[in-house]
Design a binder for this molecule. Structure first.
Ligand code: SF4
Ligand code: SF4
Length: 504
């Protein structure tokens, strides 16, 4: 059966309502065994899970056949699932993600792109304070404003850990500079008890050996360190505090030495474009991950719109990353075919730019390959068939943001204004926002995205064949089109005529 026909039938009302009914039959929290949806998946993947008589019956009659047929239809490799879901370190986060995916089908039906029953990840801008003065800070950090107290922060974590009665799989502390808050380690340790995957986005200057060790001790899995230049001059021109380059480089080294999963993150713009290759080489040399941050004129960067890359410049970045990642994926595939396993890592190069999916798709096709990447993620080996469901921009759909005062927003790059703040976690249950908020639902739909006729051609995300794997950055649309979330992302090469028109 062709993939498109599978997608179409999954989207049909009859199949959708049947699926929702079937899942609800085994989405049960058994007092003896825990959640059957998760337990039956573990058993399907070969783990020895003891089930009570009722669960055992439901498992053999409904859950197991459901998983058998589902994974075969969607061509999701069982090996891929085993490696993720039964991993001793991160398996729990994957299982929660999986349970949220099932809850999503149960609550809203299958949609393209897909919406889970709760966010896979929350990025928490943990504080407004920062020890640097970056010109492009999205949070406009550095001013003193009301933040959640330690007690309130723990209350927020409790709420996150109960979302959709599954709990949040992944929480990322960002800022401002999260390590500036005195109670950071206390709150992170509390979060670790309730949320399986924790990460930190930091400017690295406070990552002393001691702090790196503490991050590891409290159970932070992943550390993302911002580096805006391969040289002191370029980095500090942006970060505006003399001496911060050496501290950041030392912070990266301390994180590596402590054995933390480390990533160098670079916001690429016109003034550091020439250093992109060198930063990439540095990440290769250090053996760490690399994350390309898309330039979005928001926060302080709103006044620096002239630094935004042209569509062609952005494409050059995405092609460099995309070619690398596709080659790595081909290498991994060959090694697997030859020896049964591969040591090549394909989860090293990321971009927050949703067009990454579209660019990689085109490169992969030229090389007669069928790989999928999604914005913010790397190559998805074993799940190529679900690219349309992952759907590029994940704002308010796969992920959401918390502000330091508990305000809820769909994405950190959307401004903290009246329209984008959709409630506060101290006052409104997160699930209420996730299930019912109109802005969150607007961001999940791609059918209202706009297009324009230019020189006899339709241009824009609305008419793009890749809108379900990309969707354009909605924060860029909001910024360039004065508060409209449905406009085209003019940073995309396919929208270059619009870019030209707006930059005349
Ligand atoms: S036109 Fe829009 S949806 Fe299509 S690839 Fe470009 S940014 Fe993505
Ligand atoms: S709006 Fe979407 S693509 Fe843009 S930064 Fe947010 S999640 Fe990423």
């Amino acid at each position: 059966m062709r993939l498109e026909s599978i997608e179409n039938s999954l989207l049909s009302t009859t199949v959708n309502s049947a699926l929702r009914k079937i899942i609800s039959r085994f989405d049960i929290d058994c007092e003896e065994d825990g959640n059957l949806m998760v337990n039956s998946l573990k058993q399907f993947l070969g783990e020895n899970v003891i089930l009570c008589e009722t669960c055992s019956n439901l498992n053999s009659k409904i859950a197991r056949p459901f998983y058998e047929i589902g994974s075969r239809l969607l061509r999701i490799e069982k090996k891929f699932m085993e490696e993720r879901f039964l991993d001793p370190k991160y398996g729990n986060a994957w299982l929660k993600g999986f349970a949220l995916m099932m809850k999503g089908i149960e609550k809203y039906g299958i949609q393209i792109p897909f919406t889970p029953g709760g966010p896979f990840e929350v990025v928490w801008n943990f504080t407004y304070t920062c020890n640097l003065k970056c010109r492009h800070c999205y949070e406009d950090a550095g001013t003193l404003k009301q933040e959640l107290s330690t007690e309130e922060a723990c209350f927020a974590i409790d709420s996150l850990s109960k979302v959709a009665s599954v709990g949040l799989p992944a929480l990322s502390f960002s800022g401002g500079e999260p390590l500036m808050r005195r109670d950071f380690f206390e709150v992170a340790a509390y979060a670790r008890k309730k949320i399986p995957y924790l990460s930190v986005a930091t400017n690295g200057t406070l990552l002393t050996r001691d702090n790196a060790r503490q991050l590891k001790d409290v159970g932070i899995s992943y550390v993302e360190i911002s580096l805006d230049g391969a040289t002191k001059d370029v980095h500090e021109e942006f970060r505006r505090v003399p001496g911060c380059f050496e501290k950041t480089i030392q912070g990266i080294q301390n994180s590596i030495d402590e054995g933390l999963d480390t990533c160098i993150a670079t916001t690429v713009h016109r003034e550091n474009l020439d250093e992109f290759e060198s930063i990439l080489e540095l990440s290769d040399k250090l053996g760490v991950r690399f994350m390309h941050f898309n330039y979005i004129p928001t926060g302080r960067a709103k006044d620096l719109v002239e630094l935004d890359l042209s569509p062609r410049q952005r494409l050059s970045i995405l092609q460099a990353l995309g070619t690398k990642i596709v080659n790595l994926a081909i290498q991994a595939k060959q090694e697997e075919a030859n020896t049964g396993k591969s040591k090549t890592r394909t989860d090293r190069l990321f971009s927050t730019c949703p067009q990454y999916a579209s660019v990689v798709k085109r490169i992969a096709r030229e090389k007669k390959q069928d790989f999928a990447v999604s914005a913010h993620y790397a190559v998805m080996k074993g799940v190529e068939s679900v690219a349309n469901f992952l759907g590029g921009c994940g704002a308010g759909r796969l992920y959401m943001c918390l502000e330091p005062n508990g305000d809820i927003k769909p994405c950190v790059f959307l401004p903290t204004d009246e329209l984008m703040v959709r409630g506060n976690i101290l006052e409104k249950p997160l699930e209420e926002v996730w299930d019912h908020d109109e802005i969150f639902w607007k961001l999940r739909k791609r059918d209202k995205l706009k297009s324009y006729e230019i020189k006899g051609r339709s241009v824009g995300c609305g008419c793009c064949e890749d809108k379900y794997i990309c969707g354009g950055c909605r924060a860029r649309s909001y910024s360039y089109f004065k508060g409209d979330l449905d406009e085209p992302d003019i940073g995309c090469i396919d929208n270059k005529e619009l870019w030209k028109r707006m930059n005349r």
